[in-house]
Design a protein around this ligand. Sequence first.
Ligand code: FEO
Ligand code: CA
Ligand code: CA
Ligand code: CA
Length: 624
Amino acid sequence: MPLDRRHFLIQSGSAAAVVALFGQGCASTPAPPSAGPDETLGFTGVPASLRDGIVIPPEYEWQLLYPWGSPTGVAGRMPTFAPDAGNSADDQAVQAGMHHDGMHFFALDAAGERGLLVMNHEYTDEQLLHTDGVKEWTSGKVRKSLHAMGVSVIEIRRSGQGWQQVLPSPFARRVHGNTPMRIAGPAAGTPLMRTAANPAGDAVFGTFANCAMGVTPWGTYLTCEENFHGYFGGPKDAARNATPAQRRYGTVAGSQWVEYWRFDERFDLSRHPNEPHRFGWVVEIDPFDPTATPVKRTALGRKRQESATCTVAKDGRLVVYMGDDSRFEYIYKFVSRDKVRPGTDAAARAANRHLLDEGTLYAARYDAGGRGQWLELTHGRNGLDAANGFADQAEVLIHARLAGDQVGATKMDRPEWIAIHPQSGEVYVTLTNNSQRGDAGKPAPDAANPRANNLFGGILRWREDAGDAASTGFSWDHFALAGDPAQPGSGARYPSAGADAFGAPDGLHFDRGGLLWIQTDLSGQVIGKPPYTSLGNNQMLCADPASGRIKRFLTGPNGCEITGCVVTPDRRTLFVNIQHPGEARDDGDTKHNSAWPDGTTPGSARPRSATLAIRRRDGGIVGT
Ligand code: FEO
Ligand code: CA
Ligand code: CA
Ligand code: CA
């Protein structure tokens, strides 16, 4: 097994970002290729479009990688995709899952032309996943569905034919909804984590609902469990006994999206009420070792986890920024107790093995006037005690949302991805939308979430005091309030005149040169309809925070979300995920409105989520 990580430190975007920001790199670390101020966003911008396909600047080209159902590359187990969805649950366990989301590229060589692409599979479209849909569920369909979520590790290589998957690869791995994993940190083993199948409360089968992500400085991948609640169910009358915490997290019988609970009893809330406590976490996966057991890191708190964006504080401790994507939920930060041991070799990995298990969790409060505070979520402080319903630190973490209420954190407009500027250290977060802001009985607009009925979302950013990610105070402002400024009363505000408009920002990625890639997730129900018409299909834009310019780079097929983005360390390839093409879900019509990428007209093929590898035709730096 060629577990060679020597090149990771200088090749990984995130590690390079840490090096650039904090100067911890060795003397031989090459400076990232950067573009001068006149060279950014030089590409031909593309118009907003309702075209059912991929549109990118003419001087760029794209290739398709790893659509749903492609073999992952596990030796001896490489079932090909059956276009009628006839693959079995066992096949699906070694094939690309559905609904590609967060993603990272871990380089395996110094040239950056060989690497591991690691990506989330967020959720399932059961109509597409099974030949006859799910009018009738079976235990086999439940297994196939669980196997279609989680994470893929694939090896890819670039040659004269462009990027191609290495098949088979010793690194190839699917982590899915039935993969054994460990639970670690302060909540592990505590009463709320114990189940009949695992009385020790320290092990669980699977991860699912994997949305955005993070990368540690020591080269592991962090996947975030977002909408886990929708997979738990039970007899409707059980909902009467739901606790306030269960209601807050949405794990209430009768509200499930799927019928797992009828076939796999751990999903039955009336029988196993603690099982959902074992989801909603950040999960650490070692992409370089396919035998390594993934670990759920409870010190980071339980929520509808979106993003686990890592950086290093001035004193060497790890800092992880996280969003909780629901209306009126919080933004969080974890600061490790111990310092990061620099490097990605075996010794560093061993030294950092428990780094995510001890530390301090905070929730953010954004005050009027552009100042903010990180509020500590530690048992015994800030009212987090037994009198207020928190028996110990485990309960603070398992019910982090309730802890955020107690300390007075700011209720946000659905925090999604978080990205850190590689030179300034400024932290950017997408607030995707919140149609209930200002509704009767709901929180009113505030300084950080200034618009009632916020249909278009925006991007907020902050700068930690003294430029130190471990600070408890910060200054913030809005980078953009999204929407179509041509519409009266839109409230849209962009950092420069002539910025291309967008709505529902979600995915967010800084490349090493400091260009910000923004991806959008307008719901399929609203795409192309007023007041969203002018924004077209979901899209990706590139922003230059130095100038405030924002230019549209890509538009996607009908019904899709654009999500998951990573620029290679040499800045010459951009990997992007196209999630759920064809997911229209409008007006009760369940037909898919795209057959991308296999068919040209809706209905001609099952649409498949997939990854794009995008390059300039001249091989130059993307985004310039
Ligand atoms: Fe899965 Fe909040 O996006
Ligand atoms: Ca998202
Ligand atoms: Ca979203
Ligand atoms: Ca989506």
